[in-house]
Design a protein. Structure first.
Length: 193
């Protein structure tokens, strides 16, 4: 499985930062991927890994209250995905619809796939236009506030990472073992297979 098969916008030319062999030999295909695509790819992949772990858990475990995050595994994962949905919609100047109606693990996986695509589209359009400092209006703030695309995209990715750490902690408290580390190196190794 090659990196470019799963990540829109990945480029194939040889160049600095290309993914290759550590001994300096070039593989048959050299991948040169932007930092943005790495961050977005890792973000969605890692959230999906946690959802797949949760697919094997009972509702009792998914809805058990903890003194962290949004208190349960289900609510914290739904919050991560809802954040992706809402911020992507606002940056795209679309109506913000709360998609909280399906919080089953299958439903959250479907929502993640859609949210991942929407966020990637907004982020890649921002990158293409070099519009990182361009402002858009956050209509959910009262009063509405201007925010930059760059800070908003960085916020979505770091917000997800913060809450995924809480999910991993809740899973550990629930006796789930082994757990993924959730780091970018693990993501890159998995998508290169």
């Amino acid at each position: 499985m090659l990196l470019h098969e799963h990540l829109p916008g990945a480029h194939l030319p040889v160049g600095n930062g290309a993914i290759g062999h550590s001994d300096g030999e070039l593989p048959d295909v050299v991948i040169n991927m932007s930092l943005l695509n790495r961050l977005l790819g890792h973000d969605a992949w890692t959230t999906r890994q946690l959802l797949m772990i949760c697919a094997g858990l009972s509702d009792d475990i998914l809805d058990r209250e903890h003194d962290i995050g949004h208190r349960t595994l289900r609510q914290t994962l739904a919050h991560i995905i809802s954040n992706m949905e809402i911020w992507s919609s606002m940056m795209a100047n679309e109506d913000v619809g709360q998609s909280k109606d399906d919080q089953t693990i299958d439903g959250l996986l479907r929502r993640l796939s859609l949210a991942e695509t929407r966020l990637r589209t907004v982020a890649q359009q921002t990158e293409t236009r070099n519009a990182w400092d361009q402002l858009w209006t956050d209509t959910l703030d009262n009063p509405p506030q201007q925010k930059s695309f760059g800070a908003a995209i960085a916020h979505v990715v770091t917000h997800s990472m913060h809450h995924r750490a809480q999910v991993i902690y809740m899973l550990r408290l629930s006796g789930v073992d082994p757990l993924p580390e959730g780091d970018v190196f693990s993501w890159e190794a998995a998508v290169k297979q």
